[in-house]
Design a protein around this ligand. Structure first.
Ligand SMILES: Cc1ncc(C[n+]2csc(CCOP(=O)(O)OP(=O)(O)O)c2C)c(N)n1
Ligand SMILES: [Mg+2]
Length: 917
């Protein structure tokens, strides 16, 4: 025991001669130098030094060098924790993990010289200098998170950009003046409207005015870095300011929307509030280079616009042939801090960013982090330190920047854009700021944050802080500042007066459709269009569809279907659903119309029916037969999507907004899953034309049908789409034959207008022996909204007409076959397109059955679902003297039973009721 070796009277090195004792003491000193007397400490230190002068000093140096390396790493990783990014909190921040002691270093080491490694600066520097570089770079107005990026090349690139400049490049006087001008624009725009239209909602940008220099920097620099377009998405906060100060929407146009006597001029529908509307314009930068800017119209639902912007950007990139680097079109999303942290769509959209069918070459995200969401503080709004933490999952670099340091903001905006153009990946700017007023202009913030808002009241605007700094440094004169403000005030006042003078106001017509949409602005019409395809073309497509390339080893089960498929087309027999779909796609491709097909497991098809992409059994090489019809054809772009509905549907909708000459199809795994994308459906797809005069030719395939699979997987909630129908906004179909499907898909591209097409897609019908169509129907036919009974000729005396939609038709047909007296008594009429309902065709059909005494609507969905509520009132005018009887399952909270037996019994009963006496 070491203690036993210590005598009561402690010997000193000079008096001691007991070697065992010295040895024990030496070992104790090695473990803990302070545990022995100071004289012994010095003795042992000197002893060690004399024993191994070179190796030990080198080891010590190496140890300290590695401690310094750890410190450098720690600052790069954690410097943001003490960065001065909060304009409302200027107090110096400390973090024990960044103190010298945390690395085994002390003040004594500050003047020792160390290698700086990759730290931008001199190769060797004192610890003091190293810390200064690190603090300047990572702990002033800019806090950076980037060490979660795994790619060393990216980290080095960022370090090289930031460290040598210490994240503060010099600004010329010209640049500074420009920043002042932008801040004046941003501030005065708000205060002017606030004074002239008091209490009106505008979701002021005050407190976050630096957003304007940030976006301005991006739009100025982007054309120099190869960009030709920016697609913007943003919510309410500061939107009017961005419209005025970035997109150059005139003050007159903006003010006119504040006027009560505004008469909106709209193509149709009800329009939208001013802070949701889209706009586009052309920007020319200081070097004369142009950039098209489009701000995407968005609903109030925060972040719902994100995937839409991405889809639009992707479509624009394709149109420009920029499918590799994707530098010409840049998505720019502006978010709120609470929304960015809270809305799942943010994570979903970030997750799209590197996927083959959805990447857009990187998005620049700016979070207007005013440290509040309505009345909710960050501690209530998220479980993570920063509002931006979700973006780390895709390894996006994140710049936290103090909104009251506009030069830092401008620098970070430049850096973010250059990063995006360099690496093709997402990047995030966390613009830390505050909100000067309540959530909107009628809202009192002191109800909920009295202390915070007292502080904010005292906070001078960023324009004032910045100009004060420049004035003090002699970079700006007060005359110059006054001149900038006076000029703007005058312009605002002139605009205001001109708007006041014009009564009643007629709002400017919405921006004209882009050239791409020329000729597609016709109103909806049920006029027939030719969608049939000549036999040689069908054969050509079928040949491509059924040709296995030499040496390609296709799975035998897939290969087995091929000869029959080809023979069926060649011999003009019948084709099934999947073949009709492939022929619709293939014939469009051959006509030069590209097809985009996106959804979960879409390449093979959820029901193993599609096999749009073949896999070689040995090499896993992929082959898309429909891309081998003939040289010069358009491409089938088929993508298995990530497991999301909202983001993917939003993306494909966005794509369709900018590409009306492509068949764009989104497919749900089962129709009910689309309810995960309800925001996209309700807020965009069904009403984008009414709100923003922007429509879409998107096709939604929603597998639907009661087949005993339980409450899920049975029902695509047809009734929800029907409830949203008005003004010919969408088309809702429940088609029953492959030929109808073929024609409805082709029709989508053949008419002088575009409307979303919602298809209740089949499951069991994919393989139903009766659900086949003669090839002649693809050649000669066309889509028919109503399908009369195939035996209509024999049914002139029918006393009952049963209307139905979808696969139930086949069950009803079978039942009628079983009952001889029903053969000429019951007519089965299919409503293939429920909306817009083709009254003309319906009337023609109904007139054939002049003896009818009974009208039935039959459906397999429960009474509170399906087409009943919608069709009941629409069928009635055709039979004014007869009630329309409902046959189907009783109303139910759940769409279907979980028991196959119960399902079958219910199905039998309803079929009997529809057909029998
Ligand atoms: C999906 C959704 N839920 C709720 C709201 C209601 N709402 C409007 S603004 C807002 C607060 C947003 O806070 P933040 O994202 O920080 O933006 P800020 O208003 O602070 O700029 C809320 C909850 C909404 N618009 N959208
Ligand atoms: Mg906020």
């Amino acid at each position: 025991m070491a203690n036993d070796l210590l005598p009561t009277i402690r010997p000193t090195p000079a008096t001691s001669w007991n070697m065992d004792y010295i040895d024990a003491l030496y070992r104790r000193w090695k473990e803990d130098p302070a545990s022995v007397d100071e004289s012994w400490q010095m003795f042992f230190a000197g002893f060690e030094l004399s024993m191994c002068p070179r190796t030990c000093v080198a080891a010590e140096r190496a140890r300290d060098q590695s401690r310094v390396a750890s410190l450098i790493f720690a600052y790069r990783a954690q410097g943001h924790r003490i960065a001065q990014t909060d304009p409302l909190d200027g107090a110096a921040r400390t973090f024990d993990q960044l103190e010298l002691a945390a690395f085994g270093l002390s003040d004594k080491d500050l003047d020792r010289v160390f290698d700086t490694g990759h730290l931008g600066g001199p190769q060797r520097a004192t610890l003091r200098e190293i810390i200064a570089i690190l603090r300047d770079t990572y702990c002033r107005s800019i806090g950076v998170e980037y060490l979660h990026v795994q790619d060393v090349r990216v980290r080095r690139w960022l370090q090289q950009e930031m460290e040598p400049r210490r994240n503060r490049p010099p600004f010329t006087r010209e640049q500074q003046r420009e920043v002042v001008r932008l801040l004046v624009d941003a501030e005065l725009f708000e205060t002017f409207i606030g004074a002239r239209y008091p209490g009106q909602k505008r979701f002021s940008l005050e407190g976050a005015e630096s957003l304007i220099p940030a976006i301005h920097t991006i739009v100025e620099l982007a054309p120099d870095l190869g960009a030709e377009e920016i697609v913007l998405g943003m919510s309410h906060r500061g939107r009017l300011s961005v419209l005025a100060n970035i997109l150059d929407k005139s003050y007159e146009m903006i003010f006119s929307e504040f006027e009560e006597n505004l008469v909106p001029s709209m193509v149709g529908g009800d329009g939208d509030v001013k802070y949701h509307k889209g706009y586009s314009s052309d920007h020319v930068n200081a070097r004369g280079r142009g950039l098209h800017l489009s701000l995407t119209a968005n609903p109030s639902h925060l972040e719902a616009v994100d995937p839409v912007v991405e889809g639009r950007a992707r479509a624009k990139q394709r149109r420009r042939g920029d499918m590799a680097l994707r530098r010409t079109v840049i998505p720019l999303l502006v978010h709120g801090d609470a929304a960015f942290a809270g809305q799942g769509l943010v994570a979903e959209t970030l997750n799209l960013s590197q996927l083959d069918g959805y990447r857009t070459g990187g998005t620049v995200h700016i979070v207007v982090n005013n440290q509040i969401g309505f009345t909710t503080l960050p501690a209530e709004a998220r479980s993570t330190p920063h509002a931006t933490d979700v973006a780390k999952m895709i390894e996006a670099p994140i710049f936290h920047v103090n909104g009251d340091d506009p030069e830092a903001v401008v620098w970070v905006a430049e850096l973010a854009l250059r990063f995006r153009q360099q690496f093709g990946k997402d990047v995030v700017i966390d613009l830390v700021c505050y909100r000067r007023h309540g959530h909107n202009e009628g809202d009192e913030p002191a109800f909920t944050q009295p202390v915070l808002y007292r502080k904010i009241k005292e906070q001078p605007p960023v324009r004032e802080l910045y100009t004060r700094r420049l004035l003090a440094a002699g970079e700006l004169s007060s005359d110059e500042e006054a001149a900038i403000a006076a000029g703007l005030k005058e312009r605002l006042q002139r605009a205001f007066e001109s708007v006041k003078a014009a009564t009643p106001m007629e709002a400017r017509a919405p921006a004209p459709f882009e050239q791409r949409w020329e000729g597609l602005g016709a109103p909806y019409s049920d006029e027939r269009v030719a969608t049939g395809v000549a036999m040689p073309v069908l054969e050509e497509v079928a040949t491509a569809l059924c040709t296995i390339p030499d040496g390609f080893s296709l799975h035998p089960k897939v290969a087995r279907q091929i000869p029959e498929r080809l023979a069926a087309v060649r011999e003009q027999r019948s084709v099934d659903w999947a073949t009709a779909e492939a022929l619709a796609f293939g014939t469009l491709l051959r006509e030069g119309v590209p097809v985009r097909l996106s959804g979960q497991d879409t390449a093979r098809g959820t029901f193993s029916q599609r096999h749009a992409v073949w896999q070689d059994a040995t090499t896993q090489e992929q082959y898309i037969p429909l891309n081998h019809i003939q040289p010069g054809q358009a491409q089938l772009c088929v993508y298995n999507s990530m497991l999301s509905e909202a983001a993917v549907l939003g993306f494909d909708f966005g794509y369709s907004l900018d590409e009306p000459h492509m068949l764009i199809v989104w497919e749900a795994q089962f129709g009910d899953f689309a309810n995960g994308a309800q925001v996209i459906i309700d807020q965009f797809i069904v009403c984008s034309e009414a709100k923003w005069q922007r429509t879409s030719g998107l096709v939604m395939l929603l597998p639907h049908g009661h087949e005993g699979q339980g409450p899920e997987h049975s029902n695509a909630y047809l009734e929800r789409y029907l409830a949203a129908c008005a003004d010919n906004n969408i088309q809702v179909c429940n088609v029953t034959t492959p030929a109808q499907y073929f024609h409805v898909l082709r029709r989508q591209l053949k008419r002088p207008f575009r409307r979303p097409l919602i298809v209740m897609a089949p499951k069991s019908l994919l393989r139903h022996p009766q659900a086949v169509s003669p090839v002649a129907e693809l050649r000669d036919g066309q889509f028919s909204e109503i399908l009369d009974d195939p035996r209509a000729r024999d049914l002139a005396g029918a006393e009952r007409v049963v209307f139905c939609s979808g696969k139930l038709f086949y069950d009803l047909w079978q039942q009628r076959e079983r009952i001889p007296e029903a053969q000429d008594h019951v007519a089965l009429v299919r409503v293939e397109q429920l909306y817009p309902l083709c009254d003309r065709l319906l009337l023609q059909t109904v007139q054939r059955y002049s003896k009818v005494k009974e009208v039935v609507w039959a459906q397999e969905e429960p009474q509170n679902r399906g087409g009943w509520s919608f069709m009941q009132s629409r069928l009635h005018p055709f039979f004014p003297d007869l009630p329309v009887r409902y046959v189907g399952r009783p109303a139910s909270p759940s769409p279907a039973t979980g028991s196959l037996r119960v399902h079958r019994r219910e199905q039998e009963q309803l079929v009997q009721q529809a057909i029998g006496r």
